[in-house]
Design a protein around this ligand. Structure first.
Ligand SMILES: Cc1cc2nc3c(=O)[nH]c(=O)nc-3n(C[C@H](O)[C@H](O)[C@H](O)COP(=O)(O)O)c2cc1C
Length: 243
């Protein structure tokens, strides 16, 4: 886990917090657990729920709308099944497009500072499979740094994830208890017992020198467009030689 470099003011409990929940499942009809978690979230007052695959079936994410919803929230929840040790593709695209430089991180990027990020995930592999002696080879924590550091770069606190392992084989009682824990946590945020022991949000400053300036970026876009044009022309007309 990453040690914080500097800290910002930790969130205190008090008036009802705002929660923005992103639910991402490419095939809801096949879902046993996430579908029930989604239904439970919809029953909790003041939770803004966005079913990403229903909202953006064409993957055309409305970045401005997403940033506005995020700005209103104290807590961002990412709810999804683990796929290839990571998140479903539309959830990843959402991060790529919504967490922009100058807004979420980097020069002037303060919009998410002091907010919380909570991962709520399910795995097909049982807990015992996430072990050096088993087929997933690593403890599950080993797959979390991309989530945790995404939060840190944006000045967000990464809350302890809620994970149900072996989601396809868990007993009905285990699934029901898990869904109840999830709903209770949403309803009681930020008054969670483990909050007191958490580190405050780390701050990771990106030096301006680590980003190309606008002029350089424009030049490389122009060079790319002209190379693309040349390649397309060559593909359409075999007489144009591509070097
Ligand atoms: C494309 C794909 C990739 C998957 N990758 C993993 C994985 O890396 N690790 C794992 O434990 N389970 C993996 N699974 C299993 C899902 O995590 C599991 O089916 C899901 O968490 C069950 O939740 P649900 O009932 O809501 O669909 C994968 C499933 C699919 C379809």
């Amino acid at each position: 886990m990453f040690a914080p470099m500097t800290t910002t003011t930790p969130k205190t409990s008090g008036s009802r917090a705002s929660i923005y929940l992103l639910a991402a499942h490419p095939h809801w009809r096949d879902s046993r657990v996430n579908l029930r978690l989604l239904a439970a979230a919809r029953e909790v007052p003041d939770v803004d729920v966005n079913d990403l695959y229903a909202t953006y079936p064409d993957y055309a994410i409305d970045v401005e709308a997403e940033q506005a919803r995020l700005e209103r929230a104290d807590l961002l929840v990412m709810l999804h099944p683990i796929q290839w040790y990571s998140m479903p593709p539309l959830q990843k695209l959402w991060l790529d497009e919504v967490l922009t430089y100058g807004w979420a991180y980097g020069h002037g990027g303060q919009a998410l500072r002091g907010k919380d990020l909570w991962l709520v995930a399910t795995t097909g592999g049982p807990e015992a499979s996430y072990h050096p002696t088993s087929y997933n080879r690593y403890f599950f924590d080993a797959f979390l740094p991309p989530y945790e550091q995404t939060a840190a770069l944006c000045g967000m606190r990464f809350l302890p994830p809620l994970v149900l392992h072996g989601a396809r084989s868990a007993s009905e009682a285990q699934v029901a208890a898990h869904v109840q824990t999830f709903a209770d946590r949403l309803a009681s945020y930020p008054d969670w017992p483990e909050m007191d022991g958490l580190d405050a949000c780390p701050t990771c400053e990106v030096p301006d020198s680590d980003r190309p300036n606008d002029e350089e970026a424009a030049m490389s876009r122009t060079a790319f467009a002209s190379a693309l044009q040349h390649t397309q022309a060559a593909a359409q007309s075999p007489s144009v030689e591509v070097r």
